[in-house]
Design a protein around this ligand. Sequence first.
Ligand SMILES: Nc1nc2c(ncn2[C@@H]2O[C@H](COP(=O)(O)OP(=O)(O)OP(=O)(O)O)[C@@H](O)[C@H]2O)c(=O)[nH]1
Ligand SMILES: [Mg+2]
Length: 420
Amino acid sequence: MTTSSAPIELLRFATIGSVDDGKSTLIGRLLVDTRQLFDDQLDAVAAASAKRGVGDLDLSFVTDGLRAEREQGITIDVAYRYATTPTRKFVIADCPGHVQYTRNMATGASTADLALVVLDANEGLKEQTRRHLCIAALLGVRSIIVAANKMDIAEWDRAPFDKVVEQVNALSERLGFVDPVIIPVSALLGDNVVEPSAEANWYKGPTVLEALEAARAGSWSSSNSGARLPIQWVLRQHGGGRTYAGMVNGASFRVGDPVTLLPQGVTTTIRAIHGLHGQSGEASPGLSIDLDLSDDTDAGRGDMLASSPLPIVTRDIAATVCWFGEQPLAKGQRLRLKHTTRSTPVRVAAFDGILDIETLSVEPGDALGFNQIGLVHLETGDPLVVDDYRDNRVTGSFVLIDERNNATVAAGMVGHVDFL
Ligand SMILES: Nc1nc2c(ncn2[C@@H]2O[C@H](COP(=O)(O)OP(=O)(O)OP(=O)(O)O)[C@@H](O)[C@H]2O)c(=O)[nH]1
Ligand SMILES: [Mg+2]
């Protein structure tokens, strides 16, 4: 319990950066040094470390729990962890850095308020780190904290750190990250993670924990759109009539508000809102509710109830996609698109350009290779009700599915993003 009147804010963050640069070790260090782990959890990590012959305590084992991860010493799947300090609650997504698993990183970063970028200060900004930063920017992440890691190997020499600062600042300006905080750390030894380092007397900034506690929370769910209810279920009521169930996003719904059912384009008002705890006058983003409307409407799963400003209804989507399929994405290709509660066939109608992650320029091209980012036009079988991704991260995003094997092969954002 806190004694202050303000509620403790929740910050969702994801670790990003190239393989082996120390993301999991940093999270392990953060959790151990803020005493988030129980003795039996620490014992299990120590036992696994001894079994693999990796010293007393391999901190990366705190999040790398899969057998394949421990055997190969890499993260494969995103591991979610929770932490609480006297001023903050954290939901942590520890993502993999290996190029093969970039798709998992995109999943982990897609709900983050902030990215904790970990890079090896001795090696500088690598291509995979640039790729992760591009994807995080596309996914709407605006804040980053950069841990220039393995400073123990650099013997706390300031030169490699200064180089990282220069590289990160140049890229951040292009990608729209606001005031990145860049910190020299040793995740392995714990310098500047929770405890300030005695080694870097030239560094006067915050520790990683202090920077995380000071960061802006809640940006993931902030939006410029009106209220949205992608309909999940239609519930038939006793005595006729029906109500619509789903999860609210974008803004709040209030009883008496006008709402439009899309794609039908029918306008009515909200008669009642039923939540988990009974009836209420208002429903805010993130709540699962059941809406009762004043007029009889005929809607189904995949339709959307929306308040002004309204989303658009379209079958031609200009989008930015990160392609994770093993075979290239080509013009004319058919896939399935999943957007909120709707799923529809889709065809790649045109390529508008491919992002060069080295120069951040957009080059012409007619196919997207593994892990490439491109601008496309998609033609959908059914009309979709969408917002621009910059206005709403829920109704502005989608995934593409290869129907032959049901694999998710792309993450998509509605609109062509600013920096491209
Ligand atoms: N010397 C030194 N080694 C470190 C430091 N941080 C991490 N390491 C080592 O770097 C290796 C990789 O660490 P991980 O934490 O697994 O790296 P990762 O970024 O999570 O890797 P992926 O999740 O596979 O992308 C391990 O052997 C760590 O012990 C550090 O600050 N100093
Ligand atoms: Mg890892």
